[in-house]
Design a protein around this ligand. Sequence first.
Ligand code: NAI
Ligand code: ISE
Length: 351
Amino acid sequence: MGGLLGVAVLGAGHMGADHVRRLDRGVSGARVVSVADPDTDRAKEATAGIDDVRVYPEPEAALDAPGVQAVLVASPGPAHEDALLAAFARGLPVLCEKPLVPDAAGALRVVEAEARLGRRLAQVGFMRRYDAEYMRLRSLLGSGRLGRPLMLHCTHRNVSSPPHFTTDMLIDSSVSHEIDAARWLLGQELTAVSVLCPRPSRNASEDLLDPQFVVFETSGGALVDVEVFVNSGFGYQVRCEAVCENGSARIGDGHTMVVTTGGTAHQEVAQDYLVRFADAYDREVQAWVDATRQGRVAGPSVWDGYAASAVAEAGVRARRDGVRQTVDLAPRPGLYADDDGHLGAVARTLA
Ligand SMILES: NC(=O)C1=CN([C@@H]2O[C@H](COP(=O)(O)OP(=O)(O)OC[C@H]3O[C@@H](n4cnc5c(N)ncnc54)[C@H](O)[C@@H]3O)[C@@H](O)[C@H]2O)C=CC1
Ligand SMILES: O=C1[C@@H](O)[C@H](O)[C@@H](O)[C@H](O)[C@H]1O
């Protein structure tokens, strides 16, 4: 594909506006040609200073704008299914922010729609796969040097959650990252989930069960625990420690400057994902633009997005019912047999 890749961006909120800036100025090979947001003022603000960009209230109009060759979906999760199906109907490659679709049935409909097309068109925005620390951890685990992984201990803390955030979203929006990262790091499926909730923090809104403690069992006999705390108040902290038979490895501790003065040491703590994962988003979007211009689709697949939604849905049930839930994935269509390239390679090294 010659020339710059013309991208339609759906949703101009926190992530959408950041991706518009990234496509315009942060990565090479792309330009934003249209943006859709029912809040057109928000879309205009996000596109201020960009030449020849059109703003629409409806997603379909943005997809049909002249020059659109690919789509970046950054609308809220419940709007993703319609956006993906509309992009597929037009044969447009997509980078869709996580979650693919928050509910497993909707995510499976997207899998089936892409499988019917017979070719991959979409990548899911699980950006941790593009984070330098996560990539190092995966390659260390894959090398077999530490032996078989026994446990992953994960922490996922946000400073505060937006007003629309619900108790279910702690798992289907926030923990969805750990679900994908665990599948990718271990090369195993998550097969069962249990959730415990301590007495909620007074800093969370009254109807929010925050924090939560989630434990996954994996197909290879490992355990993955996640403390998710979206109103920690003190920082954006994402950590992961892999404990293996012959050693352990931890990421997420030292992302910023440590200042020592007057007998004490202070470490800055990132306040949000846009800062902590800035490099990962850049790498993710650049990889998507490059692959799309070459007519390829890479990165986390629609199948990975479905698996994450199915596991998260079981987690939400486990939290609501207070009972361990098993995860039953639908049969994987042949189109995603290649996903073993992502998951199976690590699994094979560790077998
Ligand atoms: N990868 C990551 O680390 C992160 C991913 N996200 C994901 O990004 C997506 C957007 O999240 P935020 O930007 O935080 O939300 P937001 O609430 O800040 O922005 C969403 C925007 O979408 C617009 N919108 C609503 N319905 C729409 C539709 N049908 N078509 C187009 N636009 C529509 C809203 O008016 C709003 O401006 C979600 O899927 C979320 O899970 C969000 C934060 C971080
Ligand atoms: O994806 C994200 C948000 O949607 C989610 O709500 C946050 O908890 C995560 O830290 C962020 O990466």
